[in-house]
Design a protein around this ligand. Structure first.
Ligand SMILES: Nc1ncnc2c1ncn2[C@@H]1O[C@H](COP(=O)(O)OP(=O)(O)O)[C@@H](O)[C@H]1O
Ligand SMILES: [Mg+2]
Length: 245
């Protein structure tokens, strides 16, 4: 199996607060990790650590077999941040520009936007059902539509690992369902996914493995096939400890 991400005995604290204690798990190609935890549990912090946005002890996080301190293939990783659509409101760019901008991160600086690039941008926008909005200013779309555009933005660089921090929070039910379908489809085509969500039943349904942060506890990494939703809720509430086989 292709190992995509390994987290080993990861500990992290901000100057005033310990956040993550001894978090360990491994994801192979095609895994879908759902991260469950209350507000402030450290979900976003874990995602930022994986993206190398926060200082991380050597050996604690390995991406594609490489320690994150020396990992160079940033284009293999897509990220949709928790608040991506908060920036969009007054951002003076069209849907096409927002998506194409992430294409440039992969290409040589100042290289031309070719017809093939434009076709690729259209293709990823059609995958998220937003190909009819190419010339629309991003700020004129609904929150759910913006979130779909941000998923397309991540996809245009053809990542192998896609990290999404609460991609459906603050999004209307219809768009949330559509986004969930898009993510499930990406995963069924072999993309490795890491996703946080407040909706435990929804996340339980679509993920293959779970990292559960219960109050004042370590993250428990469990295979979904080993557990029922009730048992997951019990671990989350601290009523049950999962014992690894
Ligand atoms: N930049 C920061 N500096 C100090 N403390 C932070 C910072 N970011 C988050 N925290 C704290 O770390 C804890 C975990 O935050 P976070 O990872 O955002 O949790 P979650 O995403 O699960 O809600 C919280 O108590 C939060 O207040
Ligand atoms: Mg968060």
């Amino acid at each position: 199996m292709d190992e995509i991400l390994r987290v080993e005995n990861l500990n992290f604290e901000y100057p005033d607060a310990p956040v993550l204690r001894d978090v360990s798990f491994t994801l192979n190609k095609g895994d879908f990790l759902g991260i469950i935890g209350a507000n402030g549990a450290g979900k976003s912090t874990l995602i930022k650590l994986i993206l190398n946005l926060l200082p991380c002890p050597k050996g604690a996080i390995t991406l594609f077999g490489e320690d994150i301190s020396s990992f160079k293939d940033a284009h293999k990783i897509g990220y949709v941040s928790q608040k991506s659509n908060a920036f969009a409101k007054n951002f003076p760019a069209t849907v096409e520009e927002v998506v194409a901008a992430n294409l440039y991160s992969q290409k040589k600086l100042f290289s031309r936007y070719t017809r093939a690039d434009r076709d690729h941008v259209r293709e990823v926008l059609s995958r998220v059902g937003m190909d009819g909005y190419l010339d629309k200013p991003i700020g004129k779309l609904s929150g759910g539509q913006q979130q779909r555009v941000f998923i397309a933005r991540a996809l245009v660089a053809e990542p192998e690992l896609l990290l999404m921090d609460e991609p459906t929070s603050g999004v209307d039910a219809a768009n949330a369902a559509a986004i969930t379908d898009i993510i499930t489809d990406l995963n069924s085509r072999g993309m490795t996914i890491v996703m946080t969500n407040h909706d435990t039943p929804a996340l339980f349904k679509i993920s293959s493995v779970l990292l559960i942060f219960c109050e004042h506890g370590n993250g428990e990494f469990v295979k979904k096939t080993d557990l029922t939703l009730d048992e997951v809720n019990d671990i989350f509430a601290g009523r049950r400890k999962h014992h690894h086989a």
